[in-house]
Design a protein around this ligand. Structure first.
Ligand code: ARG
Length: 504
């Protein structure tokens, strides 16, 4: 007689080969799902008893054991044994070994590991989404506090990494808030898709037991029941959506870091990192490097890679559960961990960065950055078609630059304009070409004028407030569901009949 080890080994005559065992187990990955597997099991057992599929006595025994495994796990006394494959088998075996198969063996009624894994992952992910949203909101607040101090601080705005038009530092900072708010909204939508109840789909076809999927949804804090069992079991697009969101966000963070890296270079010198968030060189004593920003940029590939990994796993899968699906978790964990670790530190890096506003202003005087404003002036005040204004200003810039001069050589600039038939006094010219005035002038909706930037900044702050209210209401909802589950467990343990317990 073989020694039976696996809970599914009824039809097998031989034990699993050790290498096959090692190849297929997922206990290390599953470690972060233990608490959710226990919660899902508690709720499933409550539902089974409520529906009279198992007795109150069965429920009590199961719940006692689940409490015990929970406590053992928290105290470090319950480890996932790789020989038992995954989190589900480890928890169930613990129950069977502790309470005996007559009780523990009933927990898996009307349930499959296929709906169990989805339940665990969805419970875990919704928490992760809320954590990331909060962190991202913190980063946005850090940008907003820079904006608040710099509505009037001029700096070069770039296109093609060349001086384009003056903008304010506040305009730059709020651009990131504008961008990251979309990421926050993408995660909001992913939350809705994620927070649905897969439990009760069983293996793929539902079950002949009279289960109550609304009840498990309610006790697990899911917003709805995800109904179609075959789709539930087969689909991982909620994971793809989260990975896409993480990738898009990470690309945004990487672009921000790219700016910090070259802004802190000697050539730019428009920002300097606080010592706490910079690194030195082992050989070159003078170095101060933006390693934090570089590593964020450098780890972006890992997040994008995770998305590609899961997309590739999924593209060839037929409907139903396929073991390939186990492979969604390591890349997903990796992507979440990278993004969360970057978000944990970037607000502090940004908040302590010193911006060299004098250098920013100097750069705005060095390279014809207000040329567009001069062309605009000629078009609006001299009634010259803009295309011709562009040509006139362009040729003035060309001549000044060839002779090593800038607009600030006022006499020369004035003289060159005169040859084109445009008569402007020095003080007029100085006013038109003053970068600060350019900021004020760009008052179109969404422009860089201090008034507009302040308006947008306030609007963004309000949107962040709303998102944070949503995060905390979702956290409360989850907390309420946990407490409700606990309350029912305590009543059952105090020997009350489940039928007398008010669940709604
Ligand atoms: N470890 C599996 C996963 O992560 C759990 C589900 C196993 N189901 C099965 N039929 N083997 O997907």
């Amino acid at each position: 007689m073989k020694e039976k080890k696996k809970l599914w080994s009824g039809r097998f005559q031989a034990d699993m080969d050790q290498k096959t065992q090692d190849f297929t187990e997922s206990t290390e990955t599953d470690l972060r799902l233990v608490e959710y597997d226990i919660w899902g099991s508690q709720v499933h057992a409550i539902m089974l008893a409520k529906q009279k599929i198992i007795s109150n006595t069965d429920l009590k025994q199961i719940i006692l054991c689940l409490d015990q495994v929970d406590q053992d796990f928290k105290e470090g006394n319950f480890r996932l044994d790789p020989q038992n494959e995954d989190v589900h088998m480890n928890v169930e075996l613990y129950l069977i070994e502790t309470a005996g198969v007559e009780f523990g063996g009933k927990l898996h009624t009307a349930r499959s590991r296929n709906d169990q894994i989805l339940t665990d992952v969805r419970l875990y992910l919704r928490q992760q989404i809320l954590d990331i949203q909060q962190q991202l909101s913190d980063l946005c607040r850090s940008f907003l506090s820079i904006a608040d101090q710099h509505y009037h601080t001029v700096m070069p705005g770039y296109t093609h990494t060349q001086h384009a038009q003056p903008i304010s530092l506040g305009f730059w900072a709020t651009a990131y808030v504008s961008k990251f708010l979309r990421d926050l909204k993408r995660f909001d939508s992913a939350y809705t898709i994620t927070n649905q109840n897969p439990l009760g789909s069983a293996a793929l076809a539902g079950t002949s037991f009279p289960i109550d999927r609304d009840l498990t949804a309610k006790l697990l804090g899911f917003d709805t029941v995800q109904e179609h069992a075959l789709d539930v079991i087969s689909s991982r697009d909620f994971i793809l959506e989260i990975l896409s969101n993480l990738s898009i966000l990470m690309v945004g963070l990487s672009r921000f870091c790219e700016e910090i890296i070259y802004w802190t270079s000697y050539e730019f010198r428009i920002a300097e990192l606080d010592d706490q968030f910079a690194s030195g060189s082992s050989i070159m004593p003078q170095k101060k490097n933006a390693d934090l920003a570089e590593l964020t940029r450098g780890r972006t590939g890992r997040v994008i890679g995770a998305l590609i990994d899961v997309l590739t796993s999924l593209k060839g899968l037929p409907m139903g559960y396929n073991r390939d699906l186990q492979e969604d978790k390591p890349p997903l964990w990796q992507a979440l961990d990278v993004v969360k670790s970057c978000l944990a530190i970037l607000p502090d890096m940004l908040g302590t960065t010193h911006f060299n506003t004098i250098r920013m202003a100097q750069l705005c005087d060095m390279n014809f950055i207000t040329a567009t404003e001069l062309a605009n002036h000629l078009a609006s005040e001299h009634n010259i078609p803009f295309r011709q204004c562009h040509e006139v200003v362009g040729s003035v810039v060309g001549e000044l630059s060839r002779s090593g001069k800038t607009f600030a050589d006022w006499n020369k600039t004035q003289q060159l304009l005169k040859t084109k038939g445009i008569d402007l006094k020095t003080d007029q010219l100085q006013q038109i070409l003053d970068p600060i005035n350019t900021l004020q002038n760009n008052g179109s909706v969404g422009g860089t004028s201090p008034k507009e930037v302040k308006r947008m900044s306030q609007n963004f702050a309000t949107q962040l407030d709303q998102i944070e209210i949503q995060i905390s209401s979702r956290l409360n909802h989850i907390d309420h569901a946990r407490k409700k589950t606990r309350q029912i467990i305590d009543l059952v343990l105090s020997t009350q009949q489940l039928t007398t317990i008010e669940i709604d």
